[in-house]
Structures are given as structure tokens and as C-alpha cells.
Design a protein around this ligand. Structure first.
Ligand code: HSE
Length: 436
């Protein structure tokens, strides 16, 4: 049988890794796929590294449109990233009847509904395993391996750069900017690293996981997004004293009122495996009604780990190319006509426990005022630390862990406490998840 011809768009970190893995493992990949897979055409603004990547036989171009219009290409692999050009290329490839493999989570999270509708119309597949958690096959696990389950919730460390930064800061006391620079050099960070630091990259990935888990359309605009920039060394220390690690977590959960879809720094009990996932590693915990908790762990970024997912998708597409399009695995795990309109909850309606850190005057009655404000709103205190004032200081740090409370109520309580003239500055808050 003739080999399948791949058109590769992008020869950067992931594109380079994909070319390398496809050529290094060509023989085993062909045994798995049932036929050979070759990169027949590659496009990038700079193709000078093509020979070094083993693309000695491939046609090369600086114009990606030539690849998506080429009649010989069966599968377009989009690894250039971004929204606009990538979307045009993917939509054109679909229009031309080509299957698509992409690592572009931003593209899928924002435009996936439109892309999948076009693909279904044209009977082609769009595969995006590499978009979430790099080399971990978590999309396949949620979409196929757990297909028997009513998935109740999932929670994941899904940005390698953010986890790498938090880990290095915690373990080595390194400076934020210095660690970010290293993540960029190692090829972990997004082209725009604010996507990593501000939680946007994790929000793209969580949006995708939430749709796959609950059978809802992709709704990136409703994902509550908060990054790691506000985490201080003191919070890391106090969290540790209370038995928690701080991680940047994406959480998707079904409740009776709707679906929680949120990414933010989160305190997790140290005894949980996921609280000990460090460096660039990612992990996703998925809870199904039949299987119970399952945990998926591995490298969330980097050239070859991400290429591992890209190439697995290419193999999947090759295996299913001749299958009846009506019997393929649906893009979002559920048949498109059955996607639900379950509402996504506003963050004000989400219930979590909270860590609060405030700077208070060391005077009688201050603590009583704070606890009264919390008590008036039915907010119960679970644990409490007050430090002695440092020499020459009048103010002290007060740290509290509360029980679960609706976020809207907590916002009201925090605003009222901050208005006390005995409280200095803003109250730091971190959501707490037991993940039990
Ligand atoms: N910038 C991403 C991360 C790359 O750090 O996880 C993988 O999506």
C-alpha cells in the first residue's frame, strides 16, 4: 500500500519534534498504522533546518497555503500556532477534503465548534491530542477510555511552564523572570509567554477537557481564568504550614446548578499525588462514576513529548481514513447532535474553601471583628494561624482556612473586612480544593 502523505505546517519546536519522531520510529509506526507515513511537503517561514530534521526527500515551501492546496497531501499537520492564519489554513485544508492534526489548543478552544462542524460536513477528521497536556494521552482517555462513565469532575495541572515556574521558585528560591526565560529556552513556553503566566493556555486546555467530559460545546469565553502572578513566597510558606501545596489548577465539575469551568492557583492537600507533580510535568485527575478517580501524568510540553501526541493522532487518522465517517469517534466525544446546553456557572456561584491572608493591627478586638463578618455570612473557619509581630512592627499576618462557601458571599465578606481600619491593604485569597 502506498504511504500516507503528510503536509507539515511549521518546523519549530513541535514541528521539528514531529519530523524527528516520524523518521526515527518510521518502521514501528508503519507496523502500527498498517502503512507507511511520510512527510511529503513541509512549510515554514524558515526551512533551513529541514535537512537536519531528516526531511531530505520532502518538498519545502515558505507558503503554507501551497501545502493545504496540494492534491497529493492526505493529512495536514498544523503546528504553527496562533489563531488567524492557523484557522484559515485548517478551514482550507478541510474544505479541500484533507484530514487535520493540530497541537493548537487556542484554535480548538476558540474556533473548535466551527472547525468540527466543517469537518463533519466534509467527512474528515480533526485530531488535537497534542493540544492538551502535551504527551499525556488524556484526550483519548476522557473521550474513549472513560466512555462508559458519567464524568463528575476533573482537575489538572495543565500548563508545564507555570508548574515549572512555581516549582523552581518553591524549591530553589529562583526569580520568576529567570525561570520563565529558561522555560522559553527549553521550548515549553507559548510564543506569547503571558498565555502561560496569566492562565490563558491552561484555560484553552480546560475548555477542551470540559467539553469532552460533559458533552457540551466549547465555551472558552465562559472559563474563569486567573494566572500565577499573584502568588507570593509567603503564601507558599503558609500553605505548607497548613499542609497544602499551591498549584495552578484547571477544574471542571458538574453541579446541580451547572458546570464549573475555571483555572486558578489552588491549594491542594500535600497528601494528594497531584499536589506533588513538579517541574514541567502535567497531571490530570478524572473522576468517573464507574471507575472512580483516575490520574494521568507525564510531560506537558517540549518537542518530543508533544510530537508523541501529534504522531499518535496521525496514526489514528491513518487507521480510520477508510472507515465510515458516521462511525468514527466524535470530535467532542459525544455525537454532535447530542451536545448539551448545560449552563457554565459564573465564578460567583462556584463553591470552594478559601485560604485568606490579611495584615492586621495587633490590637484587641481585631480578630473578633473579622470572625464576626465571616460568621454573619455563614462562613465557618476551619484553621487559623496568627504570627507574632516582627520586632518593631505593629501589624501581624493572620491566615485563615475557611470551609466551603459560595464565592459571591466570600467576595462580600472580603470587601467588608478590607474596609475595617484595622486591616492594612488587600486580603490575599487562594481557593482550596480537597480533591477527595
Ligand atoms: N506552553 C505550554 C505549557 C506548552 O507550558 O504547558 C504545552 O501546551
Amino acid at each position: 500500500m502506498k504511504p500516507v502523505k503528510v503536509g507539515l505546517l511549521g518546523l519549530g519546536t513541535v514541528g521539528g519534534g514531529t519530523a524527528t519522531v516520524l523518521s526515527r520510529n518510521a518502521e514501528e509506526i508503519a507496523r502500527r498504522a498498517g502503512r507507511g507515513i511520510v512527510i511529503d511537503y513541509a512549510a515554514a517561514l524558515d526551512t533551513s533546518n529541514a535537512d537536519q530534521l531528516g526531511l531530505t526527500e520532502a518538498r519545502l515551501s515558505n507558503n503554507a497555503l501551497e501545502v493545504v492546496h496540494d492534491p497529493d497531501i492526505d493529512i495536514v499537520v498544523e503546528l504553527i500556532g496562533g489563531y488567524t492564519l492557523a484557522k484559515d489554513l485548517v478551514m482550507t485544508a478541510i474544505e479541500n477534503g484533507k484530514h487535520v492534526v493540530t497541537a493548537n489548543k487556542a484554535l480548538i478552544a476558540l474556533h473548535g465548534n466551527e472547525i468540527f462542524a466543517a469537518a463533519e460536513e466534509k467527512n474528515v477528521m480533526v485530531a488535537f491530542e497534542a493540544g492538551v497536556a502535551g504527551g499525556i494521552p488524556v484526550i483519548k482517555a476522557v473521550r474513549e477510555g472513560l466512555a462508559a462513565n458519567h464524568i463528575e469532575w476533573l482537575a489538572g495541572i495543565i500548563n508545564g511552564t507555570g508548574n515549572f515556574i512555581l516549582t523552581e521558585m518553591l524549591e530553589k528560591g529562583r526569580d520568576f523572570a529567570d525561570v520563565l526565560r529558561e522555560a522559553q529556552e527549553l521550548g515549553y513556553a507559548e510564543a506569547d509567554p503571558t498565555f502561560d503566566v496569566e492562565g490563558i493556555d491552561a484555560a484553552h486546555k480546560l475548555t477542551i477537557l470540559s467539553s469532552l467530559a460533559f458533552g457540551i460545546p466549547l465555551q472558552f469565553d465562559k472559563t474563569y481564568t486567573e494566572g500565577i502572578a499573584g502568588i507570593t513566597a509567603e503564601d507558599v510558606t503558609y500553605a505548607g504550614e497548613l499542609g497544602y501545596n499551591i498549584k495552578h489548577l484547571g477544574v471542571a465539575r458538574r453541579t446541580e446548578q451547572g458546570i464549573e469551568q475555571r483555572v486558578h492557583p489552588t491549594m491542594i492537600p500535600k497528601r494528594r499525588l497531584i499536589a506533588n507533580v513538579n517541574g514541567v510535568m502535567n497531571a490530570v485527575l478524572v473522576h468517573g462514576d464507574a471507575v472512580g478517580p483516575t490520574l494521568y501524568y507525564g510531560a506537558g510540553a517540549g518537542a518530543e513529548p508533544t510530537a508523541s501526541a501529534v504522531v499518535a493522532d496521525i496514526i489514528d487518522v491513518v487507521r480510520a481514513m477508510t472507515s465510515d465517517p458516521n462511525n468514527r469517534v466524535p470530535h467532542l466525544a459525544f455525537q454532535p447532535s447530542t451536545l448539551a446546553d448545560t449552563p457554565i456557572l459564573s465564578i460567583d456561584d462556584v463553591e470552594t474553601a478559601f485560604y485568606l491572608r490579611m495584615r492586621a493591627a495587633d490590637r484587641p478586638g481585631v480578630l473578633a471583628d473579622v470572625t464576626r463578618i465571616l460568621g454573619d455570612r455563614d462562613i465557618s473557619i476551619e484553621a487559623f494561624i496568627q504570627k507574632e509581630p516582627a520586632a518593631g512592627e505593629q501589624d501581624v499576618d493572620i491566615i485563615m482556612l475557611t470551609q466551603r462557601v459560595r464565592e459571591g458571599n466570600m467576595n462580600e465578606a472580603i470587601a467588608t473586612i478590607e474596609a475595617l481600619d484595622t486591616i492594612d491593604g488587600n486580603i490575599a485569597r487562594i481557593r482550596v480544593e480537597s480533591l477527595g
